[in-house]
Design a binder for this molecule. Structure first.
Ligand code: NAP
Length: 457
């Protein structure tokens, strides 16, 4: 194992906040042993008791929103009000799974000639979650709440820039009273993940992150014949048709593109606007972008903070400048931003040509790419001309448009007249290079379960 020291760096200032010593191979071995031992008793713990503890985890989160939100903002720069909302959403997910696990786990009765035939959902064991920094609490809870309610136990390998969040999340489950070993954080680097996946005590792996990370995790899981679930990147289309409510479309477009300072997998990233409303939409869209408050993420009126790391900022800057060199036109005004820290001015790029990064890559920051289209068919063809297929949005009040978009957009979700959002009640996931499998709702809970067929003659 590589054993690199990890650092939390405040991206608003560039200052180092904390350093962490990684776990040693024998720490990891002990954690896997503990997880295996705990699974033996946790799988038979009554559902009511699991639910009591999961409700308690929600209470622990609700009681310490401010503490956890400050950790999030300090480590990855999210505006504080959004960090608080993220912690509250995690508490709601805990409550959702505490309340609904019983119905999600019910036997599925399938009548046959046998006297009883049904599918029963049984847990698999320790599940490894490899998670990203962008929603450092939410991504973990959307895995952990269903996994623990299902009777599995969780192992977290969090992104190396948010290890205080990772340790805080472990605290939540400990403070809630979950038995030791139900949920453990492994402080290991990405090079150490393959060894953990291949360990026979780990039964499945889920990853939320980039395509390269997904490929390497899926390869190790496939080679070890273990199930994997991948939630990867996206470059979601946002289509605006003439019948749309333009005020609502513009307000939603701004939020969908700039929430979390633009670093969201399900952010709308490519905007296709019908020629009949293009000018009206664009002038309002640009004005709204220029009015966004960019600055100190600890201030409650900040719309956009820094990007999470200098590396992410530099990568976005090079994608934007390459797109401009290829012919994309920047419509938004320039800004003076602090010199230290990972700052990037929000921008709208019009008519980025085919082949440029804005047209084909994921831009992970507050940059919208905009094109004028002649028809819905044109918009859908452009939307589908992407390696990704996570979410998609249509703004239209025409039923025929809605049917066509739902049927033809190649994406894991289509939201009509609202932005794509994750919701514990709805399955979540992508197609194409955005990954496979579904999290949340009943699908998320059953992702890592043995759906055992039972037939009693
Ligand atoms: P990332 O670099 O892939 O990192 C994600 C996690 O994977 C981190 O814990 C990272 O650890 C680990 N990792 C990286 N390379 C790995 C490898 N070769 N083998 C095993 N683990 C590896 O992604 P990111 O930059 O943090 O996150 C941004 C990406 O995630 C974007 O593409 C975004 O769209 C996507 N995302 C998708 C969803 C979704 O639900 N579909 C949600 C959020 C984000 P280290 O930090 O130690 O490298």
């Amino acid at each position: 194992m590589a054993g690199k020291t990890a650092q939390s760096i405040n991206p608003a200032t560039g200052e180092m906040v904390e350093t962490f010593s990684p776990h040693t191979p024998s720490d990891v071995d002990a954690a896997l042993g503990l997880a295996t031992g705990r699974f033996a008793s946790w799988r038979t713990t009554l559902l009511d008791e699991r639910a009591r503890l999961m409700h308690r985890a929600g209470e622990v989160l609700d009681a310490q929103v401010s503490r956890f939100a400050q950790t999030i903002t300090r480590e990855m720069g999210k505006p504080i009000t959004q960090a608080e909302a993220e912690v509250k959403k995690c508490a709601a997910a805990c409550r959702h799974y505490a309340e609904h696990a019983g119905s999600y786990l019910q036997d599925e009765i399938i009548p046959t000639e046998a006297s009883h035939s049904f599918v029963r959902h049984l847990p698999m064991g320790p599940v490894l979650a490899v998670m990203p920094w962008n929603f450092p609490f939410w991504q973990v809870f959307r895995f952990a709440a269903p996994a623990l309610m299902a009777g599995n136990v969780g192992l977290l390998k969090h992104a190396s820039n948010v290890w205080r969040c990772a340790l805080d999340i472990e605290d939540v489950f400990r403070e809630a009273g979950f038995p030791e070993g139900c949920f453990q954080t492994l402080l290991v680097s990405s090079e150490d993940v393959e060894g953990v996946i291949r360990d026979s005590r780990v039964k499945a792996v889920t990853l939320t992150g980039s395509g390269p990370a997904g490929r390497s995790v899926a390869a190790a899981a496939g080679d070890s014949l273990k199930p994997s679930l991948l939630e990867l990147g996206g470059s979601d289309a946002f289509i605006v048709m003439p019948s749309a409510d333009l005020d609502k479309a513009v307000a939603t477009a701004v939020k969908a593109r700039t929430q979390n300072s633009g670093q969201s997998c399900i952010a709308a990233k490519r905007f296709f606007v019908h020629a009949d409303v293009y000018d009206a939409f664009t002038s309002r869209f640009v004005a709204a972008f220029d009015a966004l408050k960019v600055g100190d993420p600890t201030q409650r009126d900040t719309d956009i903070g820094p990007l999470a790391t200098q590396k992410i900022r530099d990568e976005l800057a090079s994608q934007v400048s390459e797109s401009e060199s290829a012919g994309a036109v920047r419509l938004t005004a320039g800004r003076n931003l602090p010199e230290s820290g990972a700052w990037f001015a929000p921008a709208i790029l019009a008519e980025a040509p085919a082949g440029s990064p804005a047209a084909h890559e994921e831009l992970f920051g507050p940059v919208a790419s905009l094109w004028k289209v002649d028809s819905l068919a044109d918009a859908i063809a452009h939307a589908n001309d992407s390696a990704f297929g996570l979410g998609s949005v249509l703004f239209s009040n025409d039923d025929a448009d809605i049917d066509q978009a739902v049927q033809q957009l190649d994406a894991g979700a289509t939201f009509v007249n609202s932005m794509v959002a994750s919701d514990p009640r709805l399955p979540f996931g992508g197609v194409k290079a955005s990954g496979y499998g579904r999290e949340l709702a009943a699908d998320g809970m059953r992702a890592f379960m043995n759906r055992k067929t039972v037939s009693i003659a």
